[in-house]
Design a binder for this molecule. Structure first.
Ligand code: G3I
Length: 325
């Protein structure tokens, strides 16, 4: 009898755990979506695709690579959208929203752009041709709040930002236009620089709808000013979104690290819930199997809410708790 009761309570606990649905909870909290990044090679894994298509968890997809400049305009004026379209088709088949990522970034640029030695006017026209919608400007700042010395900044100053945003608005009047960056999760020089840029764009009548906070976090290091910072951005009169959420740790993952990671996810989701202008949250993929972290930070990983075998980790419950806060 005791055994049955114990078994039942385990079953109930696990049922409660797995029945929680991340997008359902996000929408119940008044948000537009909970979503995830994904990448084309992953779409051949049927177990992965089954969960990616689970709209109770994910109502929005971001292409991790296939909409970037090197993928979409590998040669000047030659556009290829097949890989990006495959992600759009995956989303459309399940009624999921798409975040276009990204238009102007210093990484994953083809060499015809970086080594073209274009003058100001030509590079601005190249930017204008390339930008159709989406996370229009990606990572324009250095961590100290100065502008990153990308080919765009060194050639055009900050002009490329307005050019790209205006081109994106002209191409798709309905798309929400964002500037997206990392290390703007807490208050500080870089967040202040982002706020000043958005203020100045608005003052000039340049279309800007939102600020994307990437939120590639480290376990135990979510800034205490996270919610305040979201609110500060919202107070500029734009929407905000958490666009690339993951919380990495030094491996191996221990129960203590996983418990702290769960708290960190909860803190971030709670902040989005409490700031009404925060429209949604996107994981930078949902499973450790396809996380970008181990390939970039040696010895680190386990950053996602599902493990490499697609089993939910305590972080999943942290997200649920955040939406229920
Ligand atoms: O496709 C090639 C493959 O053919 C080759 O065998 C393999 C060997 O390294 O490389 C593959 O390309 C990799 C590509 O991801 C696809 O997996 C690139 O080397 C690798 O650099 C690239 O990394 C991407 C990274 O951006 C590049 O900067 C990550 O997947 C992607 O998750 C990451 O995403 C960025 C956001 O766009 C902006 N914010 C930061 C975030 C994390 O870095």
């Amino acid at each position: 009898m005791l055994k049955t009761a114990a078994l039942l309570s385990i079953l109930c606990a696990s049922f409660e755990f797995s029945a929680a649905q991340l997008n359902t909870l996000a929408q119940a909290a008044g948000k537009k979506y909970f979503g995830t990044a994904t990448d084309n090679p992953e779409l051949s894994n049927s177990s992965y695709v089954a969960q990616l298509s689970n709209t109770a968890d994910f109502h929005q997809l971001t292409a991790a690579n296939s909409m970037k400049w090197d993928a979409t305009e590998p040669n000047r004026g030659q556009f290829t959208f097949s890989a990006g379209d495959a992600i759009v088709a995956q989303a459309q088949a399940h009624g999921q929203l798409i975040r276009g990522h990204n238009c102007v970034w210093h990484n994953q640029l083809p060499s015809w752009v970086t080594a073209g030695n274009f003058n100001n006017a030509t590079l601005l026209s190249i930017v204008q041709t390339h930008c159709m919608s989406w996370d229009v400007i990606n990572e324009p700042f250095n961590d100290d709040g100065t502008f990153r010395q990308s080919v765009f900044f060194t050639t055009t100053g900050t002009s490329y930002i307005a050019t790209a945003l205006r081109a994106a608005r002209a191409a798709d009047p309905n798309a929400k236009l964002y500037i997206n960056d990392f290390n703007i999760e807490g208050t500080g020089a870089k967040s202040t620089a982002m706020a000043n840029l958005v203020k100045s764009l608005k003052a000039q009548g340049v279309p800007i709808d939102g600020i994307g906070i990437q939120a590639h976090m480290i376990v135990g290091e979510v800034p205490s000013t996270f919610q305040q910072n979201l609110q500060n951005f919202a107070n500029l009169g734009v929407e905000v979104a958490i666009t690339e959420l993951d919380v990495r740790m030094t491996l191996p993952a221990t129960p203590a690290l996983l418990a702290q990671q769960s708290k960190d996810y909860q803190t971030i989701i709670t902040a989005c819930k409490r700031v009404s202008a925060c429209v949604g949250v996107t994981l930078w993929d949902w499973t450790d199997k396809f996380s970008w972290v181990p390939g970039t930070f040696a010895g680190q990983g386990a950053a996602c809410p599902w493990d490499e075998n697609f089993v939910k980790k305590p972080a999943f419950q942290g997200i649920v708790n955040g939406w229920n806060a």
